[in-house]
Design a protein around this ligand. Sequence first.
Ligand code: GLA
Length: 389
Amino acid sequence: MTASDIAARFERRFGQSPRTFRAPGRVNLIGEHTDYNEGFVMPAAVQFSTYVAIAPRADGKLLIHSEQFPGDLEFDADRLPQQRTGAWCDYVLGVAAVLQKRGVDIAGANILVHGDVPIGAGLSSSAAIEVASALALMSLSSTQLPLPEIAKLCRRAENEFVGARVGIMDQFVSCMGKAGHAFFLDCRSLDYKLVPIPSGIELVVCNTKVKHDLATGEYNRRREECEEGVRRFAKWNPTIHALRDVSVEMLHQHVRDLPEIIAKRCTHIVLENQRTLEAADALAAGDLARLGTLMRESHDSLRDLYEVSCRELDIMVDSAEGLPGFIGGRMTGGGFGGCTINLVREEDAENFAAQIADRYRKATGIEPQTYLCTAEDGAREISLSPSAR
Ligand code: GLA
């Protein structure tokens, strides 16, 4: 989708020419469920994106339109809902409400949303719509905020308005990702490092095409279990504020004193943080064999200790083993369905995608989808200047 395609759709619907903003979805290479434990993650922004086009309205109304969902939705900008409405545009509304609370003037506007991030596939379609909406809404009041600030506002919209207790990873990489790079992020300090993805490596994303209902409930439950782990470690050592602070030694010292479920969750988080640190070094050093091993260990830990995988994800991960050009793979995102991420040598990538799809189809009877992804830049305005149209 190009800026002029979006502008043409907007003009057809509203008879105005808009400013247009794009924000990408993401894949996570490693560091799963570590973000809300103030740990480390290494995602990359990908080409799948949400586009939000906007132009002012004089009557103080927000009119939100998408060709992908039926019916336009209309709200008074000075009486926005403060909680999820259940409509598809909740992410736009949530961001508008949070911006307003922060003192940003939200005036009347026509808004068009168009997304090509597969929904429910764990590729962060929600962060993409939040971030693109934030940039679009802010443009009308000429508000400028640093991108990390925008990422935090968008996460707040998802936590407080939509009611999903997500961490900062998705919004942050959607804002700040860089083409050709993995984005290593310390979710406590928000310091980050761009790690180049060596040329000749493809990110092959494989969609299981299943999404089990328990995803949101189990996600919030995992957070509570981690919080319980923190409370217990803090009794032994008051300097512990998050599982990020628990060292491998401390874990081994106390793991037998924890209830079984809490012990499993804590073990995953502490070791996943170590794996993510090591994976960033391995990627930077071009040690792809080590990176592949760490990705496989991450998957096994998510399956056995954190228990957020599912049969279909496990089959997809196992189906990659032994295929030509395969470097490493694992489930990506929150889990309970969605996608796996595979690092594959470029020359083998298409054949890999065909063969893994074949193996998965035979094992499950489900037709999967595969995408050859590239690491892309984070969110930005993509409007063409009037003279370029
Ligand atoms: C979802 C959340 C993220 C992160 C991942 C799991 O994508 O939005 O914040 O917690 O799950 O790593």
